[in-house]
Design a protein around this ligand. Structure first.
Ligand SMILES: [Zn+2]
Length: 276
């Protein structure tokens, strides 16, 4: 027979891999350790598509190569299972999201086993599992106690019909992608992490990783470290002041006018009735 009988050969060996737990990683082995982390899957649909293969195939090939070179490779897999897409899917199917997400994970897990990647299934995680998110909650509380998680009002995209905050990607032509309602800007209390306290460390760390320059630049912009001064401008006829951040306080002598963003909280307070 000159054709590759993949149905029989692959199912036979996958069964053996499963039974012998071939890809179970001994994390206590302190030898040549290699951690190969891929982006976890969003189980917001009931199956993976070919784009996932483009993502997971080459990474697994590389991890195998490293294993053959004698590395103790840990390649975990999991599901990033909370979020609006998962909710939308549940609404579309008319079932509870916990049920649809679990069913999607089941189907996706079978597909992932089909590609024969060397994931350590004994360490699979699901972010919507209380056994997992108790740790995100634990971490959050630590950040909160240290003053690194705080609340502040910020403008968000709000769908009045879904009564939910939308990411920019979920706003299509100014409308909610789920229900087509006009999206409004609304000031809501949001949680923030004070990453600015770590700007210096984050920037320093960027110098020690091999990433494409484009990605490093994106990270640097996201860290957003900027040195300058906060300056307060007094207003005529008002108690409030306009606070401005500038990296060039020495150029303030040239200021001829100031512009407030439409969502700035002072706009409503200081606009004269004839201009409102
Ligand atoms: Zn909506």
């Amino acid at each position: 027979m000159d054709t590759y009988d993949f149905k029989n050969i692959e199912s036979k060996w996958k069964k053996v891999w499963d039974e012998t737990q071939l890809y179970r990683t001994d994390l206590t082995d302190a030898g040549k350790k290699l951690y190969c982390l891929v982006m976890f899957i969003y189980p917001s649909g009931d199956r993976l598509h070919i784009g996932h293969w483009y993502n997971y195939g080459p990474t697994d090939t590389w991890a195998r190569f490293k294993k053959m070179q004698g590395y103790n490779v840990f390649e975990p897999i999991g599901y990033d299972a909370f979020g609006l897409p998962a909710e939308n899917y549940a609404i579309k199917k008319g079932v509870h999201p916990a049920i649809s997400t679990e069913a999607n994970i089941q189907a996706i897990r079978n597909q992932l086993k089909e590609i024969g990647a060397m994931y350590d299934w004994s360490k699979e995680i699901n972010t919507s599992d209380p056994e997992y998110y108790k740790w995100t909650q634990w971490l959050f509380l630590h950040l909160y106690k240290k003053g690194l998680a705080y609340k502040k009002e910020a403008p968000v995209n709000w769908c009045p019909s879904c009564k939910t905050v939308l990411a920019n990607e979920q706003v299509v032509d100014g409308k909610c992608e789920r229900c087509d309602t006009e999206v409004i800007q609304k000031d809501l209390e949001q949680w923030f992490f004070k990453i600015t306290d770590y700007a210096e460390q984050l920037l320093e760390g960027l110098g020690r990783i091999e990433w494409p320059e484009k990605t490093v630049t994106m990270q640097r912009n996201w860290i957003g470290k900027s040195e300058g001064a906060w300056i307060k401008f007094k207003l005529d006829e008002h108690e409030e002041e306009i606070e401005v951040f500038t990296t060039r306080p020495d150029t303030l002598w040239g200021v001829t006018y100031m512009v407030l963003a439409p969502e700035h909280n002072l706009v409503k307070k200081i606009t004269k009735p004839e201009y409102a």
